[in-house]
Design a protein around this ligand. Structure first.
Ligand SMILES: Cc1ncc(COP(=O)(O)O)c(C=O)c1O
Length: 408
């Protein structure tokens, strides 16, 4: 066994992984062309073109582009009818925006634990969390791995609760051959820098429901109504619109994200095949209805009991020294300080005690087991992917055979 890089050995890898985002000449041309020839904001054809193409890409009738995924979430919640004091079911293992958008809609995020096999909201636990105040269920396709949409949609139908998909990480992902996003009432995407499609910042809402779409339009556009006067405002909306330069750079990415997906699929499979063989490393699985994952980031689980009890943090350190950066990812959202709210500022939260919440699966995965690779790790060639595997093999075998190498 070669010497570990943490002990001065040769690292598996010294090169960086592929660059992300990619400032291609196609994107530069698209921005300049819009800058010189088209409107920059409201009414720009570049925005209309992007919305039409993204709706088509996501098997949806309608798309509204927004300034971010967070604003898309807020707009979608408002359009779904979420009002002050209502409850919205969300997972606690996600980016903060999933829950903070609920708070910004003056509603209450009700957390439901996740499934250890997928890192996604556990559909078996959702019904127990439904109360008379539940006005939406907002599952998140974490890492681009679709949630169990059949189960969740049937719960929505049974209880007459809209399903809003947080598909911020799931561009191109499919459930039973349909793209995610518009499978329920509607869904949102993010185009923030790290996402598989990026305009630096940006977001979108997709839907097949015309009424929902019309209301989203109003909330994202200063409360204006379709066909109404420019200075007529019927909803308390805001300016949550995407600008035309961002739209124009997203249009070519509707094609390139699909090419990238083929590469991501291939690299994902190579990683799964190899890492799935390692005792103590558990690969993430997909629900049966999943026909495609977007493979935004690669999630796996580290079981310290297979590695002489060596804590996960030592694994990260050793991997980083080998040239492959792995990390822990999310912490349970309900532990964030923002949930310790001031009753004067957030009176509708006064009866909820987020600090006392405990979700065993979320906590075990977040605190002990989750190992994330970054999204650009999935964009490399065979050799790059092999380096990731070699680093995993080198570090985990040292942990199993020579635990004393990891003593402080
Ligand atoms: C699951 C999830 N939801 C919502 C968001 C919010 O998107 P944005 O950063 O574009 O506001 C993100 C990304 O950052 C996300 O990963």
């Amino acid at each position: 066994m070669s010497k570990l890089a943490i002990h001065g050995g040769e690292p598996v890898r010294t090169k960086p992984f592929p660059e992300w985002p990619r400032p291609t000449s196609e994107l530069k041309d698209a921005i300049i062309s819009t800058l010189e020839n088209e409107g920059w904001g409201v009414g720009s054809q570049a925005i209309a073109r992007f919305e039409e193409k993204f709706a088509e890409f996501h098997d949806a009738k309608y798309c509204i582009s927004t300034s971010s995924g967070t604003t898309a979430l807020w707009v979608a919640l408002k359009a779904a009818g979420v009002k002050a004091g209502d409850e919205v079911i969300v997972p606690p293992y996600t980016f903060i925006a999933t829950a903070s958008a609920v708070l910004m809609a003056n509603a209450v995020p009700i957390f439901v634990d996740i499934d250890e096999n997928t890192f996604n909201i556990d559909p078996e636990l959702i019904e127990d969390a439904i109360t008379g105040k539940t006005k939406a269920i907002m599952p998140v396709h974490i890492a681009g791995n679709p949630v169990d949409m059949d189960r969740i949609l049937s719960i929505g139908i049974k209880h007459n609760i809209p399903i809003i998909e947080d598909a911020a990480q799931a561009h191109g992902a499919e459930w039973k051959n349909n793209k995610v996003g518009a499978l329920g009432t509607g869904g949102i995407f993010s185009f923030q820098t790290s996402k598989n499609m990026s305009a630096g910042e940006g977001g979108a809402i997709v839907s097949n429901n015309e009424t929902f779409y019309d209301i989203c339009y109003s909330y994202h556009n200063c409360g204006r109504t379709k066909g109404g006067a420019f200075y007529e405002h019927q909803f308390l909306g805001g300016n949550f619109r995407l600008n035309a330069m961002a739209s124009s750079m997203l249009i070519p990415q509707i094609d390139t994200v699909q090419e990238d997906m083929t590469l991501r699929d291939k690299n994902r499979k190579k990683l799964d095949d190899a890492l799935g063989q390692l005792d103590g490393i558990t690969i993430n699985i997909a629900y049966r209805g999943t026909t495609r994952q977007s493979n935004h980031i690669y999630l796996t689980r580290y079981k310290s009991e297979y590695f002489n009890g060596i804590p996960r943090e030592k694994f990260y350190k050793a991997m980083q020294a080998e040239g492959v950066y792995t990390y822990m990812g999310y912490t349970p959202l309900y532990r964030e300080k923002l949930f310790v709210t001031d009753g004067n500022e957030y009176p509708w939260l006064k009866d909820y005690d987020f600090a006392s919440l405990e979700f065993p699966v979320t906590e075990r995965l977040a605190d002990e087991e989750a190992v994330w690779l970054k999204q650009n790790h999935l964009l490399g060639n065979e050799e790059d992917t092999q380096d990731i595997i070699d680093a995993f093999e080198k570090v985990t075998s040292a942990m199993s055979i020579n635990p004393e190498l990891f003593k402080d």
